[in-house]
Design a protein around this ligand. Structure first.
Ligand SMILES: C[S@@+](CC[C@H](N)C(=O)[O-])C[C@H]1O[C@@H](n2cnc3c(N)ncnc32)[C@H](O)[C@@H]1O
Length: 193
């Protein structure tokens, strides 16, 4: 299965977006609420309808970027949040991005890519972060699917990808996941070495 632009565009166009929470994800909201530096340069890769980007923007964070391979996803946030700086809403493949960020937010993007790309994902995150930058978010700790997204995984599997580049500051069961994801997610805060 080719998980390309066509695949994701089709999901949005046929409204098969079962991952979409329709609101900022509770564990990320809790994390965002304790951030004080509104100038942090933040990336949300595979941001989809991007409620997290909207939440941050409305709280006064000015340097929030979304990259998504789907044109419709990018158009949806442009329409919903017309004041969001359009130069920070990028339709592109995450793996082609060449920029630097202080903080990158993960939510249901890692589980959406081909599992063969997981090691590349970790190394790309390392490339995209500044020295001591952070990768923060949620990873599924559950079996899920083997032939189509969302792909599952375990803490043990993930360790192998991230340990080469990051200090694993937080890597534990999320206590405040969205109701239908409870007991299924790890909250992570990885610091670039
Ligand atoms: C499962 S959805 C999650 C969306 C969003 N993070 C959320 O939680 O609602 C995965 C998203 O990643 C995007 N995506 C998949 N592969 C991508 C890639 N290589 N580069 C950028 N975006 C990608 C899809 O278009 C889709 O919006």
């Amino acid at each position: 299965m080719l998980l390309n632009e066509f695949f994701w565009e089709n999901k949005y166009n046929t409204h098969k977006t079962g991952w979409d929470l329709g609101e900022v994800s509770p564990p990320l909201k809790t994390y965002f609420d304790q951030l004080s530096n509104k100038e942090l340069k933040i990336l949300i890769p595979g941001g989809g309808n991007s409620y997290e980007a909207e939440y941050l923007f409305n709280k006064g964070f000015t340097n929030v970027y979304v990259v998504d391979i789907s044109k419709t996803a990018i158009e949806n946030i442009k329409k919903r949040v017309p004041n969001f700086p359009t130069g920070q809403l990028i339709q592109a493949d995450f793996f082609d991005l060449e920029m630097k960020f202080d903080l990158i937010i993960e939510q249901t993007f890692f589980c959406a890519i081909d599992p063969n790309l997981r090691a590349t994902y970790a190394s790309k995150m390392n490339d995209l972060l500044i020295e001591k930058g952070k990768l923060v978010g949620l990873l599924f700790d559950a079996k899920l699917n083997e032939d189509h997204p969302p792909f599952g995984g375990s803490k043990k599997e993930y360790l192998a990808y991230f340990q080469p580049y990051f200090s694993l500051d937080i890597f534990e069961k999320s206590y405040n996941s969205f109701h239908n994801r409870q007991e299924m997610e790890l909250f992570v805060k990885f610091l670039k070495r």
